[in-house]
Design a protein around this ligand. Structure first.
Ligand SMILES: N[C@@H](CCC(=O)N[C@@H](CS)C(=O)NCC(=O)O)C(=O)O
Length: 202
C-alpha cells in the first residue's frame, strides 16, 4: 500500500499518525500537489493529498475516508468508537480540526500571491475561522486529558495535526498562550512517537 502526500500537509500527517498508531505498513510517496511535475491528479481528480493506494491499485481520498479505512482494516489501537453517537462526536472533532486546517491552508496559499493580488478581507475571514475553531476546541476540551475524555482517539490526532500546522506555518498565532489546555494537550500528544516522527518539515 502507498500513501501519496507532502511532508507539510496536516491532512497527510493525520493519515501517517493513524497508520503509525495502528502499526499499518505502507510506502510513503512524497508528492507536492503544487509542484509542476506532480502526479497527484493521476490518482485524485481533485489534485489534493493525501491519496491512499490500496493493494488492488484502487485509490482512496480524502483524509477522512482514508482514516476510516485504516480503522476498518486493522483492529489494533482503535481510534474510532464503534457506536454511532460517540463515533459521530469524534468525527465532529475531526471536522472542526480539519476545518481549521482548510482555513489556514487557504491563508498560506493567499499569502504566497503577489502582495497586490492578495485579498485582505478573504484572509481576515479565514483567520476568524481559525480563531473561532480554536475557541471551540479549547471550550470543548475543558480540563479533560483528551478531546473526548479519558482515551486518546482520532479526535486528538486531528486536533494535534491542526495545532502542529499552526505552529509550523503561523507562529504569530499565539494559541499556546490563549488556550493553555490546548497547549498541554499538544505537549501530551508530542510524547507519542507517531507525532514526533511526523513533525512538518519545509
Ligand atoms: N479535505 C481534504 C483536504 C486535502 C487538502 O486540502 N490538501 C492540500 C494539502 S494541505 C492539497 O493537496 N492542496 C492542493 C490543492 O488544493 O490543489 C482532506 O482531508 O484530505
Amino acid at each position: 500500500m502507498q500513501l501519496i502526500g507532502s511532508l507539510t500537509s496536516p491532512f497527510v500527517r493525520k493519515v501517517r499518525i493513524v497508520a503509525a498508531e495502528k502499526f499499518i505498513e505502507y510506502e510513503l510517496v512524497i508528492d507536492t500537489p503544487w509542484s509542476e511535475d506532480t502526479r497527484v491528479p493521476e490518482f485524485n481528480p481533485l489534485g489534493k493529498v493525501p491519496v491512499w493506494i490500496m493493494e488492488d491499485g484502487k485509490t482512496l481520498f480524502d483524509s477522512r475516508v482514508i482514516v476510516e479505512y485504516l480503522e476498518h482494516v486493522s483492529p489494533v489501537g482503535h481510534l474510532l468508537p464503534k457506536d454511532a453517537r460517540p463515533r459521530i462526536a469524534v468525527k465532529r472533532w475531526e471536522a472542526l480540526a480539519d476545518g481549521v486546517c482548510d482555513a489556514a491552508a487557504l491563508v498560506f496559499v493567499e499569502r504566497k500571491r503577489a502582495a497586490d493580488k492578495q485579498d485582505p478581507e478573504w484572509v481576515k475571514r479565514q483567520m476568524a475561522k481559525i480563531a473561532a475553531g480554536l475557541n471551540m476546541m479549547s471550550d470543548d476540551l475543558g480540563n479533560q486529558n483528551w478531546c473526548t475524555g479519558e482515551f486518546f482517539c482520532l479526535a486528538d490526532v486531528a486536533v494535534g495535526c491542526a495545532l502542529g500546522y499552526l505552529e509550523f506555518r503561523f507562529p504569530e498565532i499565539d494559541w499556546r498562550r490563549q488556550h493553555s489546555n490546548l497547549s498541554e494537550l499538544f505537549d501530551r500528544m508530542m510524547q507519542r512517537p507517531a507525532f514526533k516522527e511526523t513533525v512538518p518539515v519545509a
